[in-house]
Design a protein around this ligand. Structure first.
Ligand code: ADP
Length: 580
């Protein structure tokens, strides 16, 4: 390396002078830096005589050759030449200096003055090569440089190698380098992404494992279990699955139609959705297969290249749910059947009831005609129109007449009941003072009360209490209740009538201290033809219709008839009616 006289006068930033000003310099420089590219142009313009290297015409051949090679290369190269380490670089190197005035300032400058920020890194490497040592090799080495107005983290793969002088000594250091910042950063980003991916993957795997729905991944032609979650293991009774083929691991699943479905999903790529599909599965190792009902989907397992390499089975065991629903459906069906049977039975009973009513009406009517004839002829005989009768005959005739009246009374009651039942009765509702109605009824039953030696008491019945009722029907009900009270109370007992008012109703009570009615019979006394003790009742006459008719009449007037009783203590019947 040759020292030049110019060295002392060179300032730190070499001048670019017009090429025309230096005619003797030009010929050499023009020839050496001939060719395209910005760096060649800059070399042509630079006044090399103001650098430590001196005019181009004085440069040794080795420098010229190296510089020409460097400028011609498409690979980023940088040259430090001579003891001052004067700098050259080519077009490919330029981007590493980036914007901000570093380029083209670096051309022709001393290395120590230019690379101040990293001299402690590169200085020793350059010194080692200059001293005849090995070329260096640095791969993806961080060499921060000032670029774009700040210190940037820049990665390089580079080598510092000797550039030989004419005499074979090391005249400079040739840096062949490649900036790898982009690749290194990409690799780093990739590593981070991979790490994140791994976290995601393990999170997903954990979710799959814990999911309440079952999931299995089957790969390859033989559908080998690659992954199964806890719910799937539970479904198939905790068998060894991963690494085994589907039908080898679950032999009992063979021949239930799943083979064809799986083949079709892989062949067509169309997912299969199974709703409430039954499958026979062993639920314990070696146990007998039992039916499970599944909701599931078979998805094709699609690879990155679009090929289908297996199946993802995903679903829920809905056995308990479906069975519970089917039980409910069955119960509903049964109750529906029971309901329609009950309706049928009820319709039949209604029809039978109607037929019975019609029968009773016709019969009663037909019976009344001969009974009236019996009464008429008995009267004629009694009056002596058919000739005189002795006392014996008169007594018999009297019995005939009594029986005729009794029978006629019963028949009338039956007729009455059928009329009330069929709704043929008309009500003429008016304001009826209750005390008045009670007094009228009392007058009618007074002879029987006396005959039975009973006490009759009317308690608390204000004359101002007025009910809305059909006067005649109210009378009929009261007479029936009083007749019953007298009938079923022994001599010395008491019949007590009272009345109370509520907001909208009037309650009339008829109580007695008679035989009473057993609690379990109380409700049925309002049923037609019911007599609690038939033997006893027959002695007193009646057919068991009085209370049924009375309650129908009470309800027909917007009221009701109820009873309270205790066996051997007495009974109280309460008639409620709307208040006027
Ligand atoms: P019956 O014409 O037989 O009196 P009712 O319908 O009036 O028909 O009464 C039905 C049955 O209710 C009676 O046979 C009797 O057994 C019972 N019963 C009604 N009133 C009384 C009462 N005050 N005390 C006891 N038993 C009564």
């Amino acid at each position: 390396m040759r020292e030049t006289a110019h060295q002392a006068t060179v300032d730190r930033s070499p001048d670019y002078a017009g090429e025309r000003d230096r005619p003797d310099e030009d010929i050499g420089a023009q020839r050496l830096f001939a060719g395209p590219g910005e760096m060649r142009a800059l070399c042509r313009q630079l006044d090399w005589s103001r650098t430590p290297l001196g005019p181009v015409s004085t440069w040794p051949l080795s420098l010229r050759t190296t510089v020409a090679t460097l400028l011609a290369s498409r690979h980023p190269m940088f040259l430090f030449w001579g003891p001052d380490l004067v700098q050259f670089y080519n077009d490919a190197y330029r981007p590493s200096l980036a914007e901000g005035g570093r380029h083209p300032r670096a051309l022709g400058m001393r290395g120590t003055e230019f690379w101040t920020e990293i001299w402690d890194i590169i200085g020793p490497q350059i010194a080692q090569v200059l001293a005849g040592g090995e070329a260096t090799w640095h791969e993806d080495h961080l060499v921060p440089i000032e670029r774009n107005g700040r210190i940037e983290e820049v990665y390089w793969t580079y080598s510092y190698g000797p550039a030989f002088a004419d005499d074979g000594s090391v005249g400079g250091v040739l840096v062949v380098c490649q900036e790898t910042t982009a690749r290194v950063l990409t690799e780093r980003r990739l590593q981070t992404l991979n790490r994140e991916l791994e976290v995601e993957r393990s999170r997903l795997a954990y979710t799959f494992q814990q999911a309440p729905a079952f999931l299995a991944i089957l790969r390859g032609r033989q559908l080998t279990f690659e992954m199964v979650n806890e719910a799937y293991k539970q479904l198939v009774g905790h068998r060894e699955l991963v690494g085994r083929d589907l039908f080898e691991a679950l032999p009992e699943a063979r021949g239930q139609g799943f083979e064809a479905i799986l083949d079709r999903v892989v062949a067509t790529g169309e997912p299969f959705v199974g709703r409430e599909m039954p499958i026979m599965l062993s639920r314990a190792p070696g146990g007998p297969p039992e039916e499970r009902i599944l909701d599931f989907v078979y998805f094709p397992l699609v690879e990155a290249d679009g090929s289908r390499s297996g199946i993802i089975a995903h679903g829920v065991d809905v056995t308990d749910h479906v069975r519970a629903r089917r039980d409910v459906e069955r119960l509903l069906l049964e109750s529906e059947r029971a309901r329609s049977e009950a309706e049928e039975a009820r319709a039949e009973a209604d029809a039978a009831n109607r037929a019975k009513g019609e029968f009773l009406a016709v019969m009663s009517h037909e019976l009344r005609t001969p009974l009236n004839a019996i009464g008429g002829y008995a009267e004629l005989m009694e009056m002596g129109i058919r000739g005189p009768l002795n006392d014996q005959q008169l007594a018999d005739l009297h019995r005939i007449q009594q029986s005729q009246k009794h029978l006629l009374g019963l028949i009338n009651q039956v007729l009455n009941y059928t009329r009330v039942e069929s709704g043929a009765v008309r009500y003429t509702v008016e304001d009826v003072p209750v005390a008045e109605a009670l007094a009228a009824a009392e007058a009618l039953v007074a002879p029987q009360v006396r005959a039975q030696r009973l006490t009759f008491a009317v308690v608390d019945c204000d004359r101002a209490i007025v009910a809305r009722a059909d006067r005649e029907k109210l009378q009929q009900i009261l007479l029936n209740l009083l007749a019953n009270a007298i009938k079923f109370t022994d001599a010395g007992g008491e019949v007590r009538v009272g009345c109370q008012t509520a907001d909208r109703t009037v309650a009339i009570t008829v109580g007695d201290t008679g035989v009473g009615i057993a609690a379990d019979k109380l409700a049925s006394v309002f049923e037609p033809f019911v007599q609690v003790d038939q033997r006893f009742a027959r002695e007193h006459g009646g057919v068991g219709l009085g209370l049924a008719i009375s309650r129908d009449l009470a309800r027909g007037m917007g009221g009701d008839l109820t009873a309270r009783s205790a066996l051997g203590v007495g009974s109280t019947f309460t008639l409620t009616l709307p208040r006027a």
